[in-house]
Design a binder for this molecule. Structure first.
Ligand code: HEM
Ligand SMILES: N=C(N)c1ccsc1
Length: 290
């Protein structure tokens, strides 16, 4: 499959800054969502799931076609909860009908990461909606029960190495798990709607106990109500992953720059961007108010 980026006709940085500002403003005004979690984390998860169908071996899937808008993809049980993100974006798409779904589903994650104090994420436009016949069959999303071997094998489909996988999973500092969505239970711990490297510090420093949760699934719990999925905890069970967990726990700048690079790589997987399409570094609301 070939995905050639085609910029939205006559739209440039200022247009996408307007989209960013609309999303960021709506995030601020609806900050009580999910017991004060806010919409940032679920928007980041949508940007990940809309890119997570990618397969490097035939260049199929990925964010280009905006196929998460189709029920066939969005109804994947492993995406339960993301209807909150697509519903949040409906009025944004009404206001900016010219933006492709692929561009919308990726720029919303960039907006959330930046507004939650994360690194600046250079973002490129040009994803083009493709039809229902292009929706990949379900089964391309990862399951939370996996161990390190599973995680490593899963990300081989993207061509991501150990360092990239560890950096990318640092996004699990944001938001939480919900029994009604995934059957995992991550009680809210209010310092996790800020993008930091604490996911790695938590993995290394907290006392983790593997316990059965209220849905009968096994998860790692620590005092104070934070949790890790089995796939999260795999990062400290595997010596090759552990090395990067230790690196990022000690060095937030290194985590920020490595997360930026792999997040861009994820959002752009499978897409040919002509070099005439310049990456946009969108401004935060704070930067625009100074
Ligand atoms: C091994 C790969 C992964 C697995 C198995 C996994 C699994 C999960 C699960 C089970 C949840 C809870 C969903 C719910 O109950 O609401 C979740 C939430 C989340 N995931 Fe992942 N995930 C993975 C990778 C990623 C990546 C690569 C990103 C982003 C770069 C990401 C971002 C998020 C965010 C931000 C949330 C919180 C959503 C919310 O608070 O509603 N995840 N993930
Ligand atoms: N805190 C976590 N391990 C987490 C957050 C979202 S999914 C897993």
């Amino acid at each position: 499959t070939v995905h050639i980026a085609k910029p939205e006709k006559g739209k440039s940085l200022t247009d996408f800054q307007s989209v960013y500002n609309a999303i960021a403003t709506k995030m601020k005004s609806e900050s009580d969502y999910d017991d004060g979690t806010g919409y940032g984390p679920v928007l980041v998860r949508l940007s990940w799931h809309s890119s997570a169908t990618y397969n490097i071996h035939d260049n199929s899937g990925g964010s280009y076609g905006g196929t998460f808008r189709f029920k066939k993809e969005a109804s994947d049980p492993l995406s339960k909860g993301l209807e909150n993100a697509t519903k949040f974006l409906d009025p944004i798409h009404e206001e900016f009908p010219w933006i492709s779904h692929g561009d919308l589903y990726t720029i919303c994650g960039v907006t959330a990461i930046q507004e939650l104090g994360g690194p600046k994420i250079p973002w490129r436009q040009g994803r083009v909606d493709t039809g229902p016949e292009t929706v990949p069959a379900q089964g391309r999303l990862p399951v939370p029960e996996g161990d390190a071997t599973y995680v490593r094998k899963y990300y081989e489909r993207f061509g991501f190495d150990d360092q990239e996988v560890v950096a990318l999973l640092g996004a699990h500092i944001l938001g939480k798990t919900h029994l009604k969505n995934s059957g995992y239970d991550g009680p809210w711990d209010d310092d996790t709607n800020i993008f930091t490297n604490e996911f790695f510090g938590n993995l290394l420093e907290r006392d983790w106990t593997l316990e059965k949760n209220d849905s009968g699934r096994m998860q790692y719990n620590a005092k104070g109500g934070i949790m890790m999925l089995p796939t999260d905890y795999a990062l400290v069970q595997d010596p090759k992953y552990l090395k990067y967990v230790q690196k990022y726990a000690k060095d937030q700048d290194a985590f920020f720059s490595d997360f930026r690079d792999i997040y861009v790589k994820l959002l752009e997987s499978g897409i040919d961007f002509d070099e005439s399409i310049e990456p946009f570094v969108l401004k935060t609301l704070k930067e625009q108010s100074e």
